[in-house]
Structures are given as C-alpha cells and as structure tokens.
Design a protein around this ligand. Sequence first.
Ligand code: AMP
Length: 200
Amino acid sequence: MLNLVIFGPPGCGKGTQSARIAENFGLIHLSSGDLLRDEIDRGSELGLQVRSYVEKGLLVPDNIILRKIYKSAIRFINSSGIIFDGFPRTMVQAIMFDKFLKKKNITLNMVIFMMVERAELFKRLRGRAEDSERKDDKEKIFNVRMDVYEKETHCLKKYYIRQNKLLKVSGMYPVDDVSEKIAHAINHYRQKNEIFSDVI
Ligand code: AMP
C-alpha cells in the first residue's frame, strides 16, 4: 500500500492535487470534506449533526470525524493505497490516527504539505467564490477557515517533520507543474524510500 496525507490552508489546491495523485498512482481519494458534504446533501443523521460546523467554517468534533474516517478507511484496507485529503486536521486527530494505523498494521508513507502565501489564497478565493456552490467559500467564512487552519492544523507540520514524513510542496506554481513535482517526489520515494527534505 502507498498511504498519503495531504494538508494545507484552505484554497491551497489540495483537492485538485489529491484527485490527480489518486488517478496517477491508482489510490483511493478519501476527502473528509467530500464525505461530510455527501452526508449533508443526503440529509443523513450525521449530515444533520455536522451541517452547521461545515457551513460556519468550523471543524467538526474530532470524535465524529475520526469515526467516519476509520469506517471509510477500513473499506479500502486491501486497496493499493489511500490519499487522505483534509484529514487529520488537529493534533488529536493526528495522534488518534497514528494509533489506528498501528493497530491495523498500516504504514503512513508520506505527508504532503501544500504551501501557498496568504495573499495568493485570498486572490484565489475571490476568483472562485462567485462560481462556487460551497457556502463556506464566501469571504467571511473563508476567514474563519483560515483562522481555524492556523490555530488547529498548521501545527501538524512539526508533528510530521518529527516523524520524517513531511514533503513540503510550493503550491504557488501552475497546477500542472505542482502535480508533476509531487508525482516526481512520490516516484522518488517509491524507488529510494526517501522523502525530499527541500521544498519542491
Ligand atoms: P474541506 O473540503 O477539506 O475544505 O473541508 C470542508 C469542511 O469540512 C471544513 O471546513 C470542516 O468544517 C469540515 N472538515 C473536513 N475535514 C475535517 C476534519 N478532518 N476535521 C474536522 N472537520 C473537518
């Protein structure tokens, strides 16, 4: 299996890159945001529970997301690998996820950290807010998501550096260039079992 995590600030392009990585390497794309939006659209019990958090740009409680991710991941335990997009997003989630992986004897191979400057994120948001159907793409909510990212998620960088798993990717380049760089880094990892330490 090749198991990856991708994270970064809102609007960094992790959804697009995850879909491409999944396609290129035959992985399952597990997006926590998509899973939650699907529950909300279906009006399920879980959807009703998480709806207001998602719409306000706040994080869904750890226990809820952990349960949902475990359940989804278990379904794909015999696949060629999974890219976890948008999970983990807090230290608690990261620690609990490690415990889960250990128990299931699954290795997390690499954590892709997408780096994009703040001004660029807001520029992209203005470009996409008009066409986006996502309520949480509106500027006020986007600010909340950005604050939440900085308070809760950014610290994962240190956590995964300590585990020697962090691949730092500049998301400031055109989408195709970023995909190419990531694909190169994944191929390098597969051949040499080594993660580039410099920003790619
Ligand atoms: P995303 O599509 O990754 O931007 O996620 C959209 C929204 O879903 C977030 O703003 C949160 O409300 C919720 N969400 C997604 N992943 C998580 C997570 N790992 N923990 C808590 N909430 C999450």
